[in-house]
Each structure stands twice: as C-alpha cells, then as structure tokens.
Design a protein around this ligand. Structure first.
Ligand code: PLP
Length: 361
C-alpha cells in the first residue's frame, strides 16, 4: 500500500494505439512541445472539463507530470526567491525547490481542518520575494480536495499579488468521490496569464510507466518550456503520444470504473482505519490515498512505518516523507485489491490489540 500508482491495466485500446503507431513507422522525433494532434486533443479535453479555451500552442507535452513541476520550479526559482508549497505534500516539490536555490516556504496542512489551506496563514507567508506558489488538489498524500468557494477565496488572495506565478498540480483531477466537483485554477481568467497547470495520463489512465504528462503555460513561458524539452530530451516518446491521443478521445468507461472501484475501497478503508486504536482518518474525497493521524499511538511516523513493514508485512509511507508537517501521519494507498486492504487492516488491528504499539521490538 506504499506506491502511488493505479493497480489497473492501461486499457487495451490505448495500448493498441501505441503498437499500431510503431508498426506504422511512427518512431521519429516529434515537435519539442509534442504532436499538434495530441495538443489539440488536450485542448479539447481542457475545454470540456475545465471550461477554459486554451490554444494548443500553450500546451507542452512532457515525459510525465513531474517534468512540468521541474520546468516551473527551475524557471521561476533561484537564489533570493521564495516558493510556497503544500506540506505535507508531494516530496518532489521541496526537493526541487531546494535544488533551485530558492527558499522553500511550506503551507502547513492539518487533519484538524481536513487538510485545507488556512488562508490567513497562507497570505502571511507571501513576501515580495515569493516567485511561485504551488497548490495540489486533489492532494497527494492527504487525499484532500478544494471546493469552489475555497478556490474563489484563494484566487481573491492571488489577485493581490500579480508578480507571483502559480503552479496548480491537477494530476488527480479525475479521481474525486462523493460527487465532489473538480475546480481548476484555469477557470479564473483574472489570473490565467500567470497560472501553469500540471496534469497527465499517469493516474487517470493507469499509465505511470508510459511517462507522459502535460503543462498548460502562459504563451511566453510555453516557449521556454519547449526549449527546456528540446535541450534535455528532444520530445516525449512518440508511440506514447499516440497512446495519449487515444486515451483522451476513446471511451472513458475504464476511468469511471476505476474511480468507482477506488471509491468502494476508500470507504472500507476509512472505516477500518478509524477502528484501529490510535488512528484517526478523515473522510478524504480525492486521489487514492488516506493519511490518518497516528499521533495517539504515541509513535513517530518512521517507527510505525517500520513496525508495519517488518512486524506486520505491510508497506505504507511514513508521513514525514512528505515534509516536516507530515510527522504524526502515515500514508496508505488504496491502489490495491479490496481483499488485500481488508487483510492488511485486519492484521494492523490485531497487532495493535494483541501486541500494542509500545511492545518491545
Ligand atoms: C501530486 C503529484 N504530482 C505529480 C505526480 C507525477 O506524476 P507522473 O508520474 O506523471 O510524473 C505525482 C505522482 O505520484 C503526484 O502524486
């Protein structure tokens, strides 16, 4: 239950498109920012799902969602700059911010308010040196989401600081539960000229190993992102780009099926986690992670991670792998079968009841 990738197969029609592309001789370089046909397919998906009209020229295809954050942090970071990012959050943000020479300024997320942004604290962390703000909803590792009225509030703050760029990591945009509406920062024209959107195929279409994602960039930065592509990897794998077109334009039933299967597991897992002594799990409505507080076990996150792995045989990820404010939590991925989830949680419960969290190891 450690790794963050769907336990489903990439749908056959997507795989078939890549195979036919290769057989048809589609194995040369493409344009640095990706094939026009793919960027048009992304623009049309964005129009349908995010209610925003984006030119294919503003879309840059990259080998995985991660590359858009790498480009953005290197483009806007540097010595003397500050970058605000969620903590606990996807570990790569802090790592690349540090690498860029910028100062990493965490937005603390906490279970007490369902891992939402505390807007007062958020605004007080903005300074004249802030160059980039990263937000991520639905979130890894918390599973937290942002609602329309909260996004409106966030945007009203961002509007006051026109010199700051915003990177919205929307890689889990299709993985939402309980009829939660997806809200994208692209839906706010007042800040669109400084918003970068990160999304891709990895999670939605179970394509983590194919390595493909996209960024939506304001015009002047799209050109720089394309240059960074050309200078580092020339273009994203061509057959994978064909597969990505087919994913967006083909039947979407497999996505709905996957999300409804995740939802079933999510509900089971929240109930079971809350029945374990010392665990407190919130009703997270996005992605495929749960991030229970384990503070009442009295254990450090790393110690619990070790007990789970070495004494019980379950892989989960210590909360502090996601930043210092992740201490006191542990991340479980429910990209695993219902049977395994039930078995794993039964074992944890039994251990906590029969042996206890403070038994001598
Ligand atoms: C929040 C978040 N952003 C981006 C990524 C990167 O996705 P990709 O595998 O497409 O690079 C991940 C993957 O785990 C993620 O959790």
């Amino acid at each position: 239950m450690g790794i963050g990738q769907p336990d489903f197969k990439t749908p056959d029609h997507i795989v078939d498109s890549a195979v036919s592309a290769l057989k048809n001789g589609e194995h040369g370089y493409t344009q640095g920012k990706g094939m026009l046909k793919l960027r048009e397919a992304v623009a049309s998906d964005i129009y349908n799902r995010r209610k925003a009209k984006i030119s294919p020229e503003n879309i840059v295809i990259v080998p995985g969602g991660k590359v858009t954050m790498w480009h953005a942090i290197l483009m806007f970071g540097g010595k003397g700059k500050e970058i605000i990012y969620p903590n606990p959050g996807f570990p790569i943000y802090e790592s690349v911010i540090n690498y860029s020479g910028s100062k990493a300024i965490p937005i603390k997320l906490d279970i007490s308010n369902n891992f939402k942004i505390d807007f007062n604290k958020f605004e007080s962390s903005i300074t004249e040196n802030t160059s980039l703000i990263i937000i991520n909803f639905p979130s890894n590792p918390t599973g937290g989401v942002i609602l329309k009225k909260e996004m409106d509030k966030l945007v009203s703050i961002l509007e006051k600081y026109p010199y700051i760029k915003i990177l919205s990591d929307e890689i889990y945009s299709r993985i939402l539960y309980d009829n939660t509406e997806f809200i994208s920062l692209l839906e706010y024209p007042q800040i669109q000229d400084r918003v970068i959107i990160l999304d891709g195929w990895s999670k939605t279409y179970a394509m983590t190993g194919w390595r493909i994602g996209y960024g939506v960039w304001p015009t002047e930065f799209a050109k720089i992102a394309e240059q960074l592509n050309i200078n580092s990897f020339s273009c994203t794998n061509t057959a994978t780009q064909f597969a990505a077109i087919s994913a967006l334009q083909g039947p979407q039933g497999s996505v709905d099926q996957m999300v409804s299967e995740f939802d079933k597991r999510r509900k089971i897992m929240i109930n079971l986690l809350n029945s374990i002594k010392g665990f407190e799990c919130s009703n997270s409505k996005g992605a495929f992670y749960l991030f229970p507080s384990i503070k009442k076990t009295g254990l450090k996150s790393d110690d619990l991670e070790n007990i789970l792995l070495n004494k019980i045989g379950i892989a989960a990820v210590s909360g502090n792998s996601f930043g210092k404010f992740g201490e006191g939590y542990i991340r479980f991925s429910y990209a695993n079968s219902e049977e395994n989830i039930r078995l794993a949680l039964q074992k944890i419960k039994e251990y906590s009841e029969k042996i206890g969290w403070h038994a001598k190891t």
